[in-house]
Design a protein around this ligand. Structure first.
Ligand code: SF4
Length: 633
């Protein structure tokens, strides 16, 4: 590896790798709204860019909304990531490293376990970046960077720069992220936030936030999400911020709709709730975790034990603020009956975005240490997405397989259209008029409603249409946007459940073989030349159709063939691997059309395109799993 001794500006490429599809991707939801490609932007990279020396040329590429540059003009490539991105982060690092670029790893997972990254990148930056990143930049310029830069203390957030929002396509995200505080005063046993950021919340000043909002106003942003893990961790500072925001909104014609994460004791403080509403907070994500007191005690979530949780949720609704929530099953006290209690709580609370996760032990947390002592850590790696039907925790009062079965069943029950409607009706009994929807124009709102009807409501027949109308009639016209949002959220999660939970592997395998046979038959004239090559493989229980395209490709791109591929992906959990080795100029349009049609299933479509074809075949690679490695041999 060569280091750079600079006589010109350092060109830094920062990459946010693609996230694997999860509940959090809300892919179906994103297809409902114009222009949006992802939910959250890479705030850490924008902040890192703000910390770079002014003479550095920084580019940010978010693979979730744009294609990865395959041969960038860069002196250094930095790749960040959360635990869920580890696999792709490794692929991207290894690709750029193989081309000779100096590489750097960072992000929340590298901060939690930097040791995992030493073999993957030339440099690792672990922990809060405000002080160590400038040190790395200086060392890189002088040609003597160390392999590891680790923050062991805590940063004063007043030293944190405004994120370089100008380096991102903000219009591609449903909300723009911002951060006010780091750290949380509570001590939930499973939580990695307090491991990384400590238990003393540190904050920016309200004026810093004001300057960041000014930047967003100049870019026409309307929706802002405070990514703080608990915005009210320091209530005194939170109120100071909220008073500032109320004044800011008043001065700027209530420009923004805000949302954030907070602990449930928000509901105990009427002044705080009033300020949330006055500042135009439209929703808040809360870690409820469990309706069982014993499980909350066990995990140290004592702040949820101070009163009736259902009442707390309804109190928040009564201020016009929607509640999204996280739930966990798999605590030591949990039994198969816990799933029924979770279902009833979620049903009665009306929480539509209910992220139920299996208890997962993240490295370096107190939970991890305890389970390691007790010999109850399973060998599966942590996937970083706790809403997948797998975990590294061996439950105490349930059989592991039983727990997974109940877990999948809970999601299937929660996202039946009848259950979606029932939760909306429960919410509407308590939700007072929410802040007006500022994010979309009237025209865009009509577009969204039409899409929801065409793609989500009418395909369910008259019964679903009746339920939809009933939920609208139960709400005042001011809360209709919330009803529509809840239907979109519920159906988006349902779409994910249907495709990922309890998918029948035998059906997938059968469909892959049938599709492969069909393609072979209908391309028989070209097969003697050996191409296109169609192979059905079963890899680790996963059925995949592999399609290699080279030379004359016959009917592969004709309407019926494409429809066969779409059907296979729509009706099963099968995956498709598409390798484009050669392409005649007159077939490029067909390939583009094929990729467009496969895009809705892109998370299960891996695409490899020969290096020489890439310039003539630009594609929205963010939709697919773009294979970066050159094939062996
Ligand atoms: S309240 Fe949330 S952020 Fe705070 S310790 Fe518990 S899980 Fe972590």
């Amino acid at each position: 590896m060569t280091h750079l001794t600079v006589d010109r500006p350092v060109r830094l490429l920062l990459v946010n790798p693609a996230l694997p599809e999860s509940f959090w991707s809300f892919r179906w939801w994103l297809d409902m709204v114009p222009r949006k490609r992802a939910i959250n932007l890479p705030l850490g990279l924008a902040t890192l860019a703000g910390l770079c020396p002014p003479h550095w040329e920084v580019t940010i590429v978010d693979e979730n909304v744009q294609s990865l540059p395959l041969e960038p003009e860069a002196d250094l490539v930095g790749v960040c990531g959360m635990g869920a991105q580890l696999a792709r982060q490794s692929e991207v690092l290894s690709y750029y490293r193989s081309l000779g670029y100096p590489t750097l790893a960072g992000g929340s997972f590298a901060s939690l376990c930097p040791e995992k990254y030493a073999p993957l990148a030339d440099f690792v930056v672990a922990g809060e970046a405000e002080y160590i990143w400038p040190a790395f930049c200086r060392d890189f310029e002088t040609g003597a960077p160390r392999a590891l830069y680790r923050e062991t203390g805590q940063v004063d957030l007043r030293d944190s720069p405004a994120p370089r929002y100008d380096l991102l396509d903000l219009d591609a995200y449903t909300t723009v992220s911002m951060q006010f505080s780091r750290g949380c005063p509570y001590r939930c046993e499973f939580c990695d936030i307090i491991v990384m950021f400590g238990r003393r919340p540190r904050t920016k000043t309200p004026e810093q936030i004001g300057r960041e909002l000014d930047l967003l106003r100049a870019r026409s942003v309307r929706s802002v999400f405070f990514v703080d893990d608990n915005l009210i961790g320091n209530k005194r500072e939170a109120k100071r911020l909220l008073r500032y925001l109320v004044d800011y909104q008043h001065r700027h014609n209530y420009r923004f709709a805000f949302s954030t994460e907070a602990s449930l004791n928000l509901a105990d403080d009427a002044e705080l709730l009033g300020l949330f509403r006055a500042a135009n907070f439209s929703c808040v994500f809360i870690g409820i975790e469990s309706p069982d007191e014993a499980s909350l005690e066990e995990t140290g979530k004592t702040q949820n034990l101070r009163g009736d949780m259902l009442t707390a949720v309804r109190t928040i609704y009564s201020h016009g603020i929607d509640v999204l929530a996280g739930f966990i099953v798999g605590f030591d006290n949990d039994t198969p009956q816990t799933f029924e209690r979770q279902y009833r709580f979620i049903r009665d609370s009306g929480i539509q975005v209910a992220m139920v996760g299996l208890l997962t032990a993240l490295p370096h947390t107190p939970l991890y240490a305890r389970l390691e002592r007790e010999g109850r850590l399973l060998p599966h790696g942590v996937q970083g997405d706790n809403t997948k039907p797998a975990t590294n925790v061996l439950p105490r009062c349930m059989d592991y397989e039983d727990m997974i079965r109940h877990y999948e069943d809970l999601f299937r029950r929660l996202f039946r259209p009848a259950a979606i409607a029932r939760r909306i009706l429960a919410k509407m009994r308590h939700l007072r008029c929410p802040p007006p929807l500022v994010q979309y124009s009237r025209r865009e709102q009509v577009f969204i409603l039409r899409r929801l009807l065409m793609r989500g409501i009418l395909p369910g027949g008259p019964v679903r249409l009746f339920r939809f109308v009933r939920t609208l009639l139960a709400a005042s016209s001011g809360t209709w946007p919330q009803v529509i949002t809840d239907w979109i959220a519920g159906l988006a999660m349902r779409d994910y459940v249907r495709r990922h939970f309890g998918a029948d592997p035998i059906r997938a395998e059968r469909l892959v073989h049938k599709t492969a046979d069909w393609l072979r038959r209908h391309n028989a004239a070209f097969l003697p030349e050996g191409l296109p090559r169609v192979t059905a493989v079963l890899d680790n229980g996963r059925a995949e159709l592999q399609l290699i395209l080279r030379g004359h490709m016959g009917n592969v791109f004709s309407g019926p063939s494409v429809r066969r591929l779409e059907r296979m992906l729509r009706c099963s959990a099968a995956t498709l691997s598409l390798r484009i080795e050669e392409l005649r100029a007159d077939q490029q349009d067909q390939v583009r059309e094929l990729l467009k049609r496969l895009a809705p299933y892109g998370q299960r479509v891996s695409v490899w395109i020969h290096r020489q074809l890439r310039p003539s075949l630009p594609m929205d690679a963010y939709r697919f799993h773009l294979i970066l490695e050159e094939p062996a041999g």
